[in-house]
Design a protein around this ligand. Sequence first.
Ligand SMILES: C[S@@+](CC[C@H](N)C(=O)[O-])C[C@H]1O[C@@H](n2cnc3c(N)ncnc32)[C@H](O)[C@@H]1O
Length: 226
Amino acid sequence: MRDYTAEKYKELVEEIDDEKLQAYMQAEQEFIAATPNAKQKTFVDLGAGHGRVEPVLSSVAGNVVAIEINPDMFRGLQANAAALPNVEAVQGDILELPKLLSERQVVNPVFLILQNSLGTIEGDYREVLRAVSDQAKERQGEFILSFLRQQALKGWGEQMYGKLEDMVGKVDEEATDFEAGEFRTNTGYTSKWWRDSDIIEVLNIVDGTVAAESQTDYFRLLRINY
Ligand SMILES: C[S@@+](CC[C@H](N)C(=O)[O-])C[C@H]1O[C@@H](n2cnc3c(N)ncnc32)[C@H](O)[C@@H]1O
């Protein structure tokens, strides 16, 4: 499991002094807020971390189920969820989604994988995509996916990770494959940044209809309908 803690994540990522990463986080929030009829929907935040986005989800959604696997992140998520009336924090693995959801009230679900979490996911990302899209299909829901793009890893990505060194280690220039978008550090941290061809493969796996899209040269946001 990755060396994330709620405190470090908040300090190093959420509060980062980096215009582009801040603009990306802002764009995600606007994309979420543009969900049609959001008050009639359950937002299922997958890999919710310490709950960075939960205040926004809480204000736009009917209710929120926030799922997180890492015990250190989960503690922060629980504390943040406790202050929000319609957010439930759930410790668990996205791959166990059918079981986790069967125990809860889920209406017109909007599944979310934010902040390039698919690129650092615990488990095989293709399996995760299948697990989520199966549930989205069965429940006629939506799926919001958020990617960092391979073309921005060299240059901005490297610089940005330099600011996260306390959490991820130092970039390993030799082991990093910029062409493939595979970032690696000296502590073994890895993150995938996505080529357009990778995103086409993702779309084939999730097998829904792209209903909305927002992109810049360094991120891409997609809303998939079922
Ligand atoms: C890059 S962080 C992003 C956190 C949050 N979504 C945000 O935008 O601030 C990814 C999070 O996903 C969690 N995660 C990774 N794989 C998971 C899995 N299989 N099931 C549940 N959570 C997972 C990690 O522990 C981590 O907290």
